[in-house]
Ligand binder design. Structure first.
Ligand code: PCA
Length: 203
């Protein structure tokens, strides 16, 4: 079984992005699971294109994409991706779409096909603050989550896909903003991989 994990480069003036650091750190995965890791640019459409190319090349059974949602208190497992791009800040290529449809051929939204509730429960059982989120935002993270689900739906791939947002690292959190350690981020992702692999192996 193959699981693709993606993280992002830093953006918005931050020097670090825990998403890629945590993906890089994932090591403890169930026997029989191969993890492929890919770092994505924080650039609308380019990130999604790179993800879709990697999916075509690697043919994973599941893709778990990861990003930073600074200000959130917990690791959040996203429920839904929407067919819209709207940048609160410019991306790393200076693009700042406003109320733009991502893909004309796509549905308005897709639900994650990862076992999101079980993943949250597994993270909590590991002592990590975790919750379901009902909005992945309208920035590059939503673009990437949407692209994987759109590709899977349009091409009838059996691949499951979804997205996990991480809080700030303690070093990034200013003015009392909530944060989580990189070690906890890594354990959260390992729980997500184990849960996803378990669901796939039962089908
Ligand atoms: N977070 C941004 C994009 C890259 C990242 O790590 C987002 O939530 O859209």
């Amino acid at each position: 079984m193959k699981i693709l994990l993606t993280g992002f480069e830093p953006f918005g003036g931050d020097e670090r992005n825990p998403s890629w650091e945590a993906v890089e750190g994932v090591a403890n995965v169930p026997a029989g699971v191969t993890v492929v890791k890919k770092r994505l640019p924080v650039v609308f459409y380019r990130a999604a294109d790179e993800l879709m190319e990697t999916i075509r090349a690697e043919r994973p059974d599941a893709v778990i994409s990861v990003g930073l949602a600074g200000g959130r208190q917990a690791v959040t497992v996203e429920r839904i991706a929407v067919n819209l791009a709207d940048g609160r800040i410019p991306d790393n290529a200076g693009q700042q779409p406003c109320d733009e449809t991502l893909y004309d051929a796509g549905e308005n939204a897709y639900f994650a096909t990862l076992p999101i509730r079980r993943i949250v429960a597994a993270m909590q059982a590991a002592g990590i603050p975790a919750a379901i989120s009902n909005s992945a935002g309208l920035y590059v993270c939503n673009n990437v989550m949407y692209a994987a689900l759109f590709l899977a739906a349009a091409q009838g791939l059996g691949m499951r896909a979804g997205f996990i947002h991480l809080p700030y690292l303690p070093e990034q959190a200013k003015d009392g903003a909530p944060s989580l350690s990189l070690a906890d981020d890594i354990r959260a992702l390992e729980a997500a991989v184990a849960c996803t692999a378990d669901i796939i192996s039962r089908n």
